[in-house]
Design a protein around this ligand. Structure first.
Ligand code: SF4
Ligand code: SF4
Length: 284
């Protein structure tokens, strides 16, 4: 099935759901004035359903929008590939959204123009109500061009002095726009520590130290819940390789605890957030 046929299928199903009043809107992608770019599109009527598109330029993950509408009047339909479905599972686990509010239209994915798709291991949705076409026959892990931890591996290969120079250079270029935080589906606190101006955590001046404080804190807040969607990097206007930070945390957890991937189901704990009352705290 080609993209034109998939787009038609999405439009037809979305129009039927809206016509029947089963959902408030269908969250998908729409065209822009650039042929190689799409954007999030909220289709609220059968006529608007005809403006949904699906192609290799659908690089944006849609899941983060769900936290902006936590109490919908009727269910929301969302188009979900592997990355959106893993984000949905994690957001349910974090009590940010409710499964019963969602109608998940699963889209087995072949990858997009986005860099993150080159190391994706979960092209097919892991949770859905309806699958709109057959799962990806090429298989996800087998199709990945890059290793799972490719960014973290590259930084790990550096000496301590080279690592410092690397991250100093990255955070000298950060403009602290917080796009990485805003795009991340697992970064969902209602009030973020960097917005607490009265406590003086973060000033407005350009400061490499403040930039690094933000970057490292962000990585630790989301690291063990990261579903590796790459939205942080995609959204960064400075093109900074910040996925390496959460990849590093995931890589270290996997070395300690064995296989570790987030978002595969909605009951999954996160490693740094779990505790055991019988923990002897020998390290304290
Ligand atoms: S999106 Fe990029 S430039 Fe903006 S705060 Fe995050 S790392 Fe810095
Ligand atoms: S930290 Fe980046 S890769 Fe991980 S869930 Fe957030 S946006 Fe996705």
């Amino acid at each position: 099935m080609n993209y034109t046929e998939k787009t038609k299928l999405i439009q037809t199903r979305a129009a039927a759901l809206l016509e029947a009043g089963e959902v408030s809107y269908v969250l998908g992608w729409g065209a822009t004035r650039f042929a190689d770019k799409t954007r999030a599109r909220f289709a609220r009527s059968p006529e608007e359903a005809a403006t949904l598109v699906y192609n290799e330029h659908c690089t944006q993950s849609l899941a983060k929008y769900l936290v902006d509408d936590r109490w919908p009047e009727t269910r929301i339909a969302i188009l979900a590939r592997g990355c959106e479905s893993r984000a949905i599972n994690r957001m349910i686990r974090d009590n940010q959204i409710r499964r019963e509010n969602l109608l998940i239209l699963g889209l087995p994915c072949e990858g997009t123009d986005a860099e993150r798709c080159r190391s994706c291991r979960a092209h097919d949705p892991v949770v859905y109500d309806e699958l709109l076409w057959e799962p990806n026959s090429t298989g996800a892990a087998a199709a990945a061009e890059l290793s799972r931890y490719y960014r973290a591996d590259a930084v790990d290969a550096l000496s301590a002095a080279e690592k410092k120079a690397y991250w100093d250079d990255v955070y000298a270029r950060c403009i602290r726009c917080y796009a990485c935080r805003n795009a991340c589906p697992v970064c969902s606190c209602r009030e973020c520590f960097v917005d607490m101006h009265r406590t003086g955590f973060q000033g407005k001046r350009h400061s490499a130290t403040d930039n690094q404080t933000f970057g490292v804190t962000r990585a630790f807040h989301v690291g063990d819940r990261c579903i590796e969607c790459g939205e942080c990097e995609r959204a960064c206007p400075m093109g900074l390789p910040i996925l390496a930070q959460t990849q590093k945390i995931l890589k270290e957890i996997e070395a300690l605890a064995g296989d570790y991937e987030q978002g595969l189901d909605a009951a999954q704990d996160n490693y740094l957030g779990a505790f055991d009352l019988d923990d002897k705290d020998d390290f304290m």
